[in-house]
Design a protein around this ligand. Structure first.
Ligand SMILES: Nc1nc2c(ncn2[C@@H]2O[C@H](COP(=O)(O)OP(=O)(O)OP(=O)(O)O)[C@@H](O)[C@H]2O)c(=O)[nH]1
Ligand SMILES: [Zn+2]
Length: 204
């Protein structure tokens, strides 16, 4: 439902053929801050449908440049491929770089990680919570698209909890596990051991 007190503006819906499949793109903008988010969507939905969904936080290093220090870029491509295969689904690309601390601070955190801290210690050293993200805008975007029930592509239980608290029904979690490499194995094991991410095949 498009509610009048919405804090976001929905843009035009255009076709976007890509290397990984044929999608449509809809930009959204937060009314107060002007921050822009991107939706990639495939297919049409009824409000009762359960929609394969990826809520992805921006990672300039991983998504744009193919950084091997994290799993973001590969998760994004894998989500696009899975939605193409399914024939229906949505990716909400939220501009919350660096788990919500912005690029400048994420790179400060990377510097601290070069000096031996892990990804949590670096955030905390800079005065932030390990994860500063909120999913309220993502929920508003789902509301605008009239999506209420989702199959969420994630390994992160915190995302599921925050979405469910905002009234979205996560009917199923779909794991999206990327093979580790020498540059991201410490980052991924910190996510698994200290941030509760479900990265092993036998996790559910
Ligand atoms: N502060 C900080 N942010 C990072 C670091 N590495 C990656 N990120 C950010 O972490 C976020 C990862 O986003 P997602 O892939 O959507 O979320 P996730 O928590 O990994 O959960 P999944 O749904 O399982 O992928 C992005 O905003 C990245 O920019 C890091 O070392 N420090
Ligand atoms: Zn990343």
């Amino acid at each position: 439902m498009m509610v009048n007190n919405s804090t976001i503006i929905q843009g035009e819906r255009v076709k976007l053929p890509t290397k990984y499949g044929h999608f449509e793109l809809i930009p959204f903008q937060e009314k107060i801050s002007g921050v822009e988010h991107i939706v990639l969507i495939k297919g049409d939905f009824e409000p009762k449908d359960t929609v394969l969904t990826r809520i992805h936080s921006a990672c300039a290093t991983g998504d744009l440049f193919g950084s091997l220090k994290c799993d973001c870029g590969e998760q994004l491509v894998e989500s696009m491929k899975l939605i193409e295969k399914e024939g229906k689904g949505v990716i909400i690309y939220l501009q919350q770089e660096g788990r919500g601390i912005g690029l400048m601070n994420k790179i400060k955190a990377y510097k601290l990680q070069e000096q031996g801290m892990d990804t949590i210690e670096a955030n905390v050293h800079l005065g932030f919570a390990p994860d500063e993200r909120e999913y309220q805008v993502g929920v508003e975007i789902l509301n605008a698209l009239e999506i209420q029930n989702i199959q969420l592509l994630t390994n992160n239980p915190d995302k599921i909890n925050k979405l469910e608290q905002s009234g979205i029904k996560v009917v199923q979690r779909v794991p999206i596990i990327i093979k580790s490499n020498q540059f991201n194995k410490d980052y991924l094991s910190t996510k698994e051991n200290l941030m509760g991410h479900q990265l092993s095949d036998n996790d559910t």
